[in-house]
Design a protein. Structure first.
Length: 155
């Protein structure tokens, strides 16, 4: 009998067609991470190449350090820490407590606060921000800061 052709089917001893001449399926190898590639290159590099790489990295670090802005001049911090109510678009935990205290004292719901701020009472963004620490629009944060100052003074 002639040997079967590549990708041809052959008949098994039981009379069934099988694909015995197919290419074996190879398991997929994991691609090496950039760190593993770097380590492999480092071990195979000579002393001159290693020193050149270290010089390049140290020069890059020095360049970034000199180009980095002065952290003290990045953003002025208000003298009154109570003026800070949010970090970006997220209310600080202390602000959430302050808002909830004013709401309890005045028997308001978050939708009532939104209406007092000049937004739609159907807007649930303040409810989500208080309950789930969701992000708020910057206009809501600015209005909330003024609202807190006005109503905490009434206290």
């Amino acid at each position: 009998m002639l040997p079967p052709k590549f990708f041809s089917r052959t008949v098994s001893p039981l009379g069934l067609w099988t694909g015995t001449n197919r290419k074996p399926v190879m398991s997929k190898k994991e691609k090496p991470s950039p760190l593993k590639k770097l380590l492999k290159a480092w071990t195979s590099a000579g002393p001159e190449d290693r020193q050149a790489f270290l010089d390049l990295v140290s020069a890059e670090v020095r360049a970034r350090a000199s180009a980095a802005p002065d952290p003290s001049g990045a953003e002025p911090i208000p003298d009154d820490a109570a003026a800070l109510i949010a970090n970006g678009r997220y209310l600080l935990p202390s602000t959430i407590e302050r808002v909830e205290a004013v709401m309890r004292a005045r028997k308001l719901s978050p939708s009532g606060v939104m209406a007092e701020l000049g937004f739609s009472s159907r807007d649930a963004s303040l409810t989500r921000a208080l309950a789930m620490k969701a992000a708020l629009r910057l206009s809501v944060i600015a209005a909330l800061a003024e609202w807190l100052l006005a109503h905490e003074a009434d206290g």
